[in-house]
Design a protein around this ligand. Structure first.
Ligand code: 4AD
Ligand code: MG
Length: 430
């Protein structure tokens, strides 16, 4: 019977056939251990000379890394492996022999691995990271569907900027100028006025010249937007959503977390509510931690965020930043108009900002004023102003960066490992 590694628990003591690749192998004179992978998981296959015969045993010993085959054998328990099962191989049939697979079990440099990303994805570590990414996406749809949100897809090709004009990817749209989307937010605001609670999930592009472990040129964002919700309401959605995602990964990705050596004790603590500190308090905290030169009005860099996160074992919201250093659409705090009703959510363990969100300006005159201050003119933005002209309501939303969230939950250092084919400052290949 044909099955997959993910399903072997249903076939204890039965003989099954699995289409697989050889990830690794070691052997002695009488026994060969095949590390098999089939896309759904990794499993050990044991080939015993006395059982399989001399010729087949020699063939097993000669198998090369990444050769593909159908392997047949009996599924037995193996308490030492994370999977809990292994196969006693009775037969195998080679489909295709791989010669000189470039990624060997020894250590390789990062650039070499990145050049071979199309093959590197097969490794146990990369498999674990992508399965966790997949679980985060699944849990995202689950959370928003269960809470009454409608999935809305904003455009990728746009005529305007959502977050500021410096990081736009420019292209031509026939005779017109166009830009790849930096954020679907402005469109999601229109959608919230039509559907109440909405979320998007799609690729976003930023021509950032930053070469850090947190920046990609192309990354995926989840952007919920909610009508009739203020900033506080939005923070509650954020902490519940992030907790749901982390708890789902803990529950459904045990093997992957173990393969990555993730300290799951850290993740178990991630339950709503999350602590909140104001920007003012965060500036104080950073000063106390020895960054003397930071002043009120400065934005936080990665080292500051890491220093702030160190004081907490959950993600922490930094709220109410100066209006000057945030986007044009954020609503000023009525009690203190120099700061805006916004928050960044900073992940623990030095993974930095995973969410940026705010309450949006709902007053037409104030929004017009912001347009003038920011030099935003022309037809590209007129539709956005109209949202404040016809039944404007308080509304809030946020954007969660998928790759930074994967990096944090999977416990991998750099975002380049959290997306199948990363687009980095100097990399458009493979
Ligand atoms: O804070 P940002 O710029 O917020 C927005 O774009 C809002 N319009 C979202 C909204 O309110 N709907 O980006 C949101 C998140 C960041 O917190 C970060 O996790 C991620 O997107 N992000 C990046 N991830 C990887 N590489 C980059 N270059 C990123 N830039 C932002
Ligand atoms: Mg931000």
């Amino acid at each position: 019977m044909k099955t997959t590694i993910s399903q072997v628990s249903k076939h204890l003591n039965e003989e099954v056939t699995i289409g697989a690749w050889l990830a690794n192998k070691r052997s002695s004179g009488k026994i060969a251990f095949l590390q098999l992978r089939d896309g759904t998981g990794f499993m050990q296959g044991i080939v015993v000379k006395a059982d399989i015969g001399e010729d087949k045993f020699q063939e097993a010993k000669a198998l090369t890394q990444e050769s593909s085959m159908y392997v047949t054998g009996t599924i037995v328990e193996d308490t030492r492996s994370p999977l809990g099962y292994e196969m006693q191989v009775t037969d195998f049939e080679i489909i295709h022999e791989a010669v000189d697979y470039p990624i060997t079990p020894k250590e390789h440099g990062t650039e070499f691995l990145m050049d071979h990303r199309h093959l590197w994805l097969r490794s146990k570590r990369q498999h674990g990271v992508m399965k966790i990414r997949n679980e985060i996406i699944r849990a995202t749809y689950e959370f928003f569907n269960e809470n009454g949100y409608v999935k809305i897809d904003p455009p990728i090709l746009t005529g305007s900027s959502a977050e500021g004009t410096t990081e736009l990817f420019h292209t031509k749209y026939f005779e017109e100028d166009a830009y790849l989307s930096q954020s679907g937010q402005l469109y999601m605001e229109a959608a919230a006025m039509a559907f109440g609670k909405v979320f998007s999930f799609g690729p976003t592009f930023r021509a950032e010249k930053s070469k850090t472990r947190r920046h990609l040129i192309e990354f995926w964002m989840i952007e919920p937007e909610m009508a009739f919700m203020d900033h506080e309401d939005s923070l509650e959605v954020q902490e519940q959503y992030v907790s749901h995602v982390v708890q789902s990964v803990l529950k459904n990705c045990k093997i992957e977390l173990e393969a990555l050596g993730r300290d799951t004790g850290q993740l178990e603590k991630i339950q709503a509510p999350f602590p909140r500190i104001s920007y003012d308090e965060a500036i104080q905290l950073v000063k106390e931690k020895g960054f003397d030169d930071i002043e009120w009005g400065d934005d936080f860099g990665a080292p500051h965020e890491t220093a702030i996160a160190e004081s907490y074992d959950k993600p922490v919201f930094i709220t109410n930043y100066p209006a000057e250093i945030k986007a044009f659409y954020m609503k000023p705090d009525p009690a203190r108009p120099e700061v805006v009703l916004c928050a960044d959510l900073i992940a623990p363990e030095g993974y930095g900002e995973i969410i940026g969100g705010s309450q949006r300006i709902d007053d037409l005159e104030l929004m017009k004023q912001r347009y003038e201050d920011h030099g935003l003119t022309g037809d590209a933005y007129n539709w956005y102003l109209q949202l404040r002209e016809y039944g404007s309501v308080p509304h809030s939303g946020f954007g969660l960066g998928l790759e930074r969230t994967v990096a944090w939950i999977a416990g991998v250092e750099h975002v380049r490992e959290t997306i199948p084919f990363p687009r980095l400052l100097n990399r458009l290949y493979p």
